[in-house]
Design a protein around this ligand. Structure first.
Ligand SMILES: Cc1cc2nc3c(=O)[nH]c(=O)nc-3n(C[C@H](O)[C@H](O)[C@H](O)COP(=O)(O)O)c2cc1C
Length: 180
C-alpha cells in the first residue's frame, strides 16, 4: 500500500462503500463489516454506527483505535462472511485468506487485499445513537489492485456496484478541497 495525504481520506468513504473495520485486542486481529458510516468533515472525522453486540466494538472502546479498509467488489462474499461471524469463534484473517499489514500509528492492521485503508483513533462515542466517532490519522491506497470498483449495501440483501464516473469538477468550484 502507498501512503497518501490524510486530507484525501474522506474521498475513500464519501461515496458510501461497504467497509471493513479491523481491531487488535492485544493478542488477536479481528475484522467486522460496516455499511452504516458517514464522513463528518475533511480532516476526516468519521462516524460509524455499531454497538456492544459486536466483539469489535468492545475492542475499539478499550484500545481506542481501529483501521477502516475499503474492499473492492472482488471481496464482496468475504465482506458478507466477515459480517456474519463472530471474531471470538473464528480467526477472520485466516478464514477469509486476508493479509494483515502493519499500520504506522495504530496496532490494528491494514488489509493488503483492500483498495484503501485509514488508520483511525476513537475520539468519542455517542451512546444514545450507538455512534463511534473516529479521527483518521493516516491514509493508504492500493494502486496495484486490478478491481477498483467498490460496492454499496442497500440493506435488503442486495448490493450496488460502482458504475460510471461523472466529472463535475468545474461546476463544483470552491466546494472542492484545494488539492483536487
Ligand atoms: C453487509 C453488512 C453490513 C453490516 N453493517 C453493519 C453496521 O453498519 N453496523 C454494525 O454494527 N454491524 C454491521 N454488520 C454486522 C457486523 O459486521 C457483524 O455483527 C460482525 O459479525 C461483527 O463481528 P465481531 O463480533 O467479530 O466484531 C454488517 C454486516 C454485513 C454483512
Amino acid at each position: 500500500m502507498k501512503e497518501v495525504d490524510i486530507g484525501q481520506a474522506f474521498t475513500f468513504l464519501e461515496s458510501g462503500p461497504v467497509i471493513l473495520v479491523t481491531t487488535f485486542d492485544g493478542k488477536k486481529n479481528n475484522i467486522m463489516t460496516i455499511s452504516w458510516h458517514m464522513i463528518m468533515d475533511f480532516s476526516p472525522h468519521i462516524a460509524i454506527s455499531t454497538g456492544p453486540w459486536n466483539t469489535s466494538f468492545e475492542v475499539m472502546m478499550k484500545t481506542k483505535e481501529c483501521v477502516i479498509a475499503v474492499p473492492g467488489v472482488n471481496l464482496i462474499e468475504d465482506a458478507i462472511g466477515i459480517g456474519t461471524v463472530n471474531g471470538t469463534i473464528v480467526d477472520k484473517f485466516d478464514k477469509f485468506s486476508l493479509t494483515p499489514l502493519a499500520a504506522k500509528t495504530v496496532k490494528a492492521p491494514l488489509i493488503e487485499e483492500c483498495l484503501k485503508c485509514i488508520e483511525c483513533r476513537v475520539i468519542d462515542y455517542v451512546d444514545k445513537y450507538g455512534l463511534v466517532i473516529l479521527s483518521g490519522e493516516k491514509a493508504w491506497i492500493n494502486e496495484t489492485a486490478i478491481e477498483q470498483r467498490t460496492f454499496h449495501a442497500v440493506g435488503n440483501g442486495t448490493f450496488l456496484v460502482d458504475g460510471e464516473t461523472l466529472e463535475y469538477k468545474t461546476m463544483m468550484g470552491n466546494r472542492l478541497p484545494k488539492w483536487v
